[in-house]
Structure formats: C-alpha cells, structure tokens
Design a protein. Structure first.
Length: 236
C-alpha cells in the first residue's frame, strides 16, 4: 500500500498528466542542484511545469490519468516537463535551455496527441508557429479572398450604375429626340443607294437602244432591196 505522501504525489502527477497537452521526458543524470534550480526557473518562466518523479509513481499516475502510454517515454531517472497550451512553448524552452546551458540534460522522449514520440520530435515541435501566428495567418488567408470579392462587386456595381445612368439619359430625351435622329440615320443609306441604282439603269438603256443594233437592222433592210429587183423595175 502506498503511503499518504506517495498518494499525494500520485494525485498531483495524475492532475498534471490529465491537464497536459504535451509531456517531455529528460534524463538529468550528472546535473547539479544549481543546474536543476536554473532549469526549474526557466521552465516556470515559460508556463511549463517540471517534476522529478519516480518511475513507479509515474506509472500509477499515468494509468489513473487516462494516458498509460506516457510511461513509454521514461528511461532512467526522469524529469518530466508538462505543457498545457500549445506544444511549441515547452519544446522551445527545453531546446533553448539545452543549447545555452552546459548541463548533461538530454531529452529521452515526447508524449503528444496521445502518442509516444522519439526525442528528435522536440526540435520539430519547437519550430511550430505559435497560436497567435496561426490565427494571424488564418485571418490573412480569409481576408485576401474577401478583399478580392469586394473589389469585383464594387466594379460590377459601378458598371451597373453607369448603365442605369446612360439609360436614364436616353429616356429623358424622349420620342422627339429619337424621331429627329431617325432621318439623319436613314439619309446616308438613300444617298449611298442612289448612284448604284442609276449606274445599274444606265447600261440597260444603252443596251436596248444601242447604235450597234440600229446599224445591224439598216443593212438588213437595204439588203432586201437587191440590185436585181432594181434592174427588173428598170426594164419594165
């Protein structure tokens, strides 16, 4: 049976596990008390909870917290880092601490979205955009098509208003203006057609009464009055 103190520790771990969105396990072998103090302070500044736990108590807390697979990221003496919001903050915090400090702290595993993940996943999670950045990008993606749609609608409305205005101007002129404009429109067609008709009639008139035909008929009549007939008439 666990003691009251152990029950308290298991209850605290269970609460952290159930509320967390990300857990990072790290091996702290070789770290001094000053190193651990600096690590706790750095994690606290970024809103991350750090706990050094015994593996037996962690197994019990993970099972009670509904995340039994979390125990799979534990290897040796373990310090657990719990994140409660976006995964980037705890991943970036522990990555930055390891990079800048000269401590033997090493990441051994990651538990995220209900799945145990390798230690190398921390570097990938640390490069994710923050929630504010994602929201800004999302809003930008939404506003761009909306702005384009607004521009298209505005242009269409302007064109429609111009058409209405032009039509209103035509209506204001009335039937008189339209009738007055009609002869002016028809005149060029009549003038344009006149020369063509005259040009078509002139050749036909010339063809019906052509000098060639008259010349052809006169010799024919003259040919019917032959010299023989003239000679007969002379003898008679």
């Amino acid at each position: 049976m666990p003691t009251a103190r152990k029950e308290q520790l298991v209850g605290e771990l269970e609460n952290l596990i159930s509320r967390s969105t990300l857990a990072i396990s790290a091996n702290y072998r070789g770290m001094t008390v000053a190193d651990m103090t600096a690590l706790r302070r750095r994690m606290r500044e970024t809103g991350v909870e750090l706990r050094v736990v015994k593996n037996t108590l962690l197994r019990m807390a993970a099972e009670r917290g509904g995340k039994p697979d979390l125990f799979k990221i534990v290897d040796g003496p373990t310090a657990l880092i719990f994140g409660f919001d976006e995964p980037r903050s705890p991943a970036a915090a522990i990555t930055e601490f390891i990079r800048t400090s000269r401590t033997p702290l090493t990441v051994t595993g990651v538990y995220f979205e209900g799945q145990p993940m390798p230690a190398t996943s921390v570097a990938e999670l640390a490069t994710l955009p923050t929630r504010d950045q994602l929201l800004a990008q999302f809003m930008g993606d939404i506003q761009s098509p909306l702005a384009m749609l607004a521009g298209l609608l505005s242009g269409t409305l302007r064109e429609f208003a111009s058409l209405i205005e032009a039509r209103a101007g035509q209506v204001d002129e009335g039937p008189a203006g339209m009738a007055a404009a009609a002869p002016a429109d028809a005149a060029p067609a009549e003038v344009a057609g006149a020369p063509a008709e005259q040009a078509g009639e002139a050749p036909m008139a010339q063809t019906e009464e052509a000098p060639g035909e008259q010349a052809a008929e006169e010799p024919a009549e003259a040919a019917n009055e032959t010299p023989a007939e003239e000679a007969g008439e002379a003898q008679a």
